[in-house]
Write a protein that binds this ligand. Structure first.
Ligand code: SF4
Ligand code: SF4
Length: 311
């Protein structure tokens, strides 16, 4: 079973929910608990789980490399690249007409035609090399980040760390998710928001927990998150963090939309202190254990119901 923990915005307590849920299941004796931190731009679950990291992998994407000896500068690669990561430029003579430009040869006034590659825009889809009529494109790996694996309290831990300034998060998220095994429970800490990395992280989940706060901002971002997971056809439930501050609008919205509220976590200064020291809140004892156990029971109930409806 794959359970992803997402939120429409950062700072709602998404990682707190993910980490403590994984710890609860592990401490309950569940085998094969897998924790995947897919918030690759800013992974922080390791601060709480403190895994012993025992393997590292470089993750990259294949970017094109041009063999200038074979290239005829036909421009097909630039046409097929929907990401504008490749351009074919021709030297233009100052007195050229449109006719001249279309019939330019490889050089003009000593300036050569050129294929330009913009590695940061390349998604590594391989389309250009596949369609190059001269087989002039080979691929070389460009590192976008690293993947680290280890163990924490019996939990198999994986996270991705995206290189600083690197825009291409999705391939690293995919690499982290490839470590999910077919048995056991996988808990995915999803990046905040509703953009491409979020979709990459939540897709294929059996259930998505949306963490929010009972404020107008929380409600707005929850609505966006609900829209996203519904478009992907994923079942979801809501966890309300700091549930005793703010207003009732989140609950009213969930009731109207038929979205189950899986748990409410009240505001507690102790939680903030524990968080700032990198300590999971389950350490606070029975109160939080009960909340997370109820949360998991609700998820299992929802998952069973969904299975029944599908039959
Ligand atoms: S498709 Fe191939 S031959 Fe044509 S410009 Fe691109 S690299 Fe050169
Ligand atoms: S690999 Fe894909 S994204 Fe990259 S330059 Fe080629 S067509 Fe564009």
């Amino acid at each position: 079973m794959i359970v992803s923990i997402a939120s429409g915005k950062g700072g709602t307590g998404k990682t707190t929910v993910a980490v403590n849920l994984a710890l609860l299941l592990s401490r309950n004796g569940s085998q094969n608990i897998h924790f995947l931190d897919c918030d690759v731009e800013e992974p922080n679950a390791h601060i709480f789980l403190k895994p012993h990291i025992d393997s590292f992998e470089s993750v990259g994407i294949p970017i094109p490399e041009i063999d200038e000896q074979k290239c005829t500068y036909c421009g097909i690669c630039a046409e097929v690249c929907v990401y504008n990561a490749i351009a074919v430029v021709h030297p233009v003579r100052s007195n050229s007409t449109e006719q001249d430009v279309s019939s330019l040869t490889r050089t003009s006034n000593g300036v050569k035609d050129k294929v330009l590659i913009f590695p940061e825009l390349c998604h590594g889809c391989g389309g250009c090399s596949l369609l190059c009529p001269e087989e002039a494109i080979s691929e070389k790996e460009r590192e976008i980040g690293v993947l680290e694996q280890g163990r924490a309290e019996g939990i198999k831990f994986v996270h991705g760390k995206l290189n600083i300034g690197e825009p291409m998060a999705a391939p690293l998220i995919r690499a982290v998710k490839e470590k999910i095994t077919s048995h056991g429970i996988a808990i995915i800490d999803v990046p905040p928001g509703t953009s491409c990395p979020v979709i990459e992280a939540v897709k294929d989940s059996d259930f998505t927990i949306l963490v929010t706060e009972p404020t107008p901002f929380g409600l707005n971002d929850l609505q966006l998150a609900v829209e996203t997971v519904r478009k992907l056809g994923l079942p979801c439930g809501v966890v309300i963090n700091c549930s005793d501050v703010g207003d009732e609008k989140v609950k009213e919205y969930c009731n109207e939309e038929g979205i189950p509220i899986l748990a409410e976590i009240p505001y507690d200064r102790t939680v903030a202190i524990l968080y700032s020291h990198g300590i999971p809140i389950l350490i606070e004892g029975e109160k939080y254990r009960t909340i997370f156990q109820q949360m998991w029971d609700s998820i299992e109930k929802e998952a069973k119901q969904i299975k029944k409806e599908k039959r």
